[in-house]
Design a protein around this ligand. Structure first.
Ligand code: UD1
Ligand code: CA
Length: 505
């Protein structure tokens, strides 16, 4: 696309965005750069970069200083095309911008400055700032806000007419009258390039903090009769920085509130917004139901009709249409359409449950492909498994995948039946249609359609209790016992005995 076409598109196209991110963040009390702390599962810095990208800058530069190795490594992962500039000593915001522009040559057009630690600021707000700047034909436009407690912020001092900004005065330099002003500088601005260069040349450190203030560029512009306007926003969260972990938690809560509200407005039923946590990269279809106490994280996606929760945490799990996931902890897994999971299931990475399949109560799975309609319903560890379609894995089955050194795979072919309390000692292959008797320890392959019985045969010593425990309660019960077996067991036995082989599905 040529620049001309983009202008016709209404696209923004600024020359550069400079993201200031060299500051210390000491109040976080962390070994990790402040900018890498997360809000709704994304680093604070990634929000700044994403917002900046929406004004389509030719250059996007992040000014780094404190813990810059960490910040640079993170940027190369999330935004490899972003460049960084180093500010060795933090001599103020004006100095930071000087550092940021150093490697870019002589720019024309407009330069936008923003911060790395204002995660709620949206790209849309930056787009509006650009539009306002152009509409007012300003040389500088400052993003401002009216706040109830302006302490600590730079105050916006308007000129007599009130439509332009005369200057910005920092808290520490402000007179009592200036401190009473409640319109504050967010620290986010757009400058015409020449105005910014001219102002940066004249910065001085003759202020309370001995820093080069970016805000002083306004004085130079006004001395040259250039227009300096304001773009005021109502959403105060967007200009809010994060300096400590108390603010971080507040920011996370508000971000989550907004995300949850967005999904409800798009047709997702959320039973209890207060206990539902949904991270920024999650995707949820219409007519999904999320029950209380559910955390959806990473790249989790939930298809229409699915019900998730209560008390479920899914990290990068794909849930298919109409699936049900109850009281489950899962990560990096796929759950097929119409499948059921839980309650009390633990899905570890590499679990792939086919359509209409089941992972039931107290089941742990890992690197387990479970085919369409197959069921692992109760009390099972299922690791390194390749399971075909229509398989039933009995209660208490263990896939013994680890011999103390190596992990090995178990394969169960289509329509295999594993009796309860069996151990499948990998590597082992149970071919399609084969049966394993309950209580077996399977160490050898089972051929298709075969029955493996791998346990001791039952032996009964008649009259053992009367002989060895003659005075016991058990002996009394045995003496009174009817000669017949329990009628329900008898009925079950008769049903099985009378069933013709061709009647089995
Ligand atoms: C600055 C503004 C103030 C505004 C406030 C909004 C100036 C002189 N003051 O205050 O008017 O109300 O932001 O939050 O600009 N940074 C660097 N290098 C530096 C100094 C700062 O990269 O040498 C970065 C910080 O990492 C941070 C941002 O710039 O992301 C703001 O720095 P901070 O010290 O918090 O702001 P103030 O200078 O106090
Ligand atoms: Ca400062």
């Amino acid at each position: 696309m040529t620049t001309h076409e983009q202008e016709q598109d209404g696209a923004q196209q600024v020359s550069a965005v400079v993201v200031l991110a060299a500051g210390g963040g000491t109040r976080m009390k962390s070994n990790k750069s402040k900018l890498l702390h997360e809000v709704a599962g994304r680093s604070m810095l990634s929000y700044a970069v994403n917002a900046a990208e929406e004004v389509e800058p030719e250059h996007l530069v992040v000014v780094v200083g404190h813990r810059r190795e960490q910040v640079e490594a993170h940027l190369s992962e999330i935004a490899p095309n972003v460049t960084t500039a180093v500010q060795e000593e933090q001599n103020g915001t004006g100095h930071a911008v000087q550092c940021g522009l150093q490697g870019l040559g002589e720019l024309r057009g407009e330069i936008l400055v923003t911060y790395g630690d204002v995660p709620m600021l949206t790209g849309q707000t930056l787009v509006e700032l650009v539009q306002e700047h152009r509409a007012q034909r300003n040389h500088i436009t400052v993003l401002t806000a009216e706040v109830p407690e302006p302490f600590g912020y730079g105050r916006i001092i308007r000129d007599e007419q009130g439509d332009q900004i005369a200057r910005i005065v920092e808290q520490k330099d402000a007179s009592p009258e200036e401190q009473a002003v409640t319109e504050i500088n967010s620290g986010i601005y757009i400058f015409n390039a020449e105005t910014l260069y001219e102002g940066l040349k004249h910065l001085k450190t003759d202020n309370a903090q001995g820093e080069l203030y970016l805000t002083d560029v306004i004085g130079t512009a006004r001395a040259n009769d250039e227009r300096v306007g304001a773009h005021m926003i109502d959403d105060l969260w967007q200009t809010e920085g994060v300096n400590d972990r108390v603010q971080l938690a507040r920011m996370n809560a508000e971000m989550n509130r907004r995300i949850v509200e967005k999904w409800m407005k798009s047709g997702v039923t959320i039973q209890d917004p207060a206990t539902t946590w949904i991270q920024a990269d999650v995707d949820i279809a219409q007519d999904v139901t999320i029950l209380a106490g559910t955390h959806l994280e990473g790249a989790t996606s939930i298809a229409t009709g699915a019900v998730v929760g209560p008390d479920t945490t899914l990290t990068s799990v794909e849930v298919g249409e109409d699936a049900q996931v109850i009281r489950t902890h899962g990560s990096f897994s796929l759950i097929g359409a119409g499948a059921t999971v839980g309650p009390f299931s633990f899905l570890r990475p590499g679990t792939q449950l086919g359509a209409k399949g089941k992972i039931g109560a107290f089941v742990e799975t890992k690197n387990a492909q479970i085919g369409e309609g197959s069921k692992v319903p109760h009390l099972t560890y299922c690791g390194d498994a390749r399971i075909g379609e229509g398989v039933n894995v009995g209660a208490g089955t263990i896939f013994a995948n680890y011999d103390g050194t190596n992990k090995s795979v178990t394969h169960l072919g289509d329509d295999v039946f594993i009796g309860s309390n069996s151990v499948l000692v990998a590597p082992v292959d149970v071919a399609p249609g084969a049966f394993v008797a309950a209580g077996s320890a399977v160490v050898e392959d089972v051929p298709a359609g075969g029955l493996a019985v791998a346990r001791g045969r039952q032996h009964v010593s008649e009259g053992w209790v009367a002989k060895k425990r003659p005075a016991s309660k058990a002996a009394g019960a045995a003496a009174k016992a009817a000669p017949e077996i329990h009628p329900d067991v008898a009925a079950s036995r008769e049903k099985v005995a009378n069933r013709k082989p061709e009647e089995y599905k």
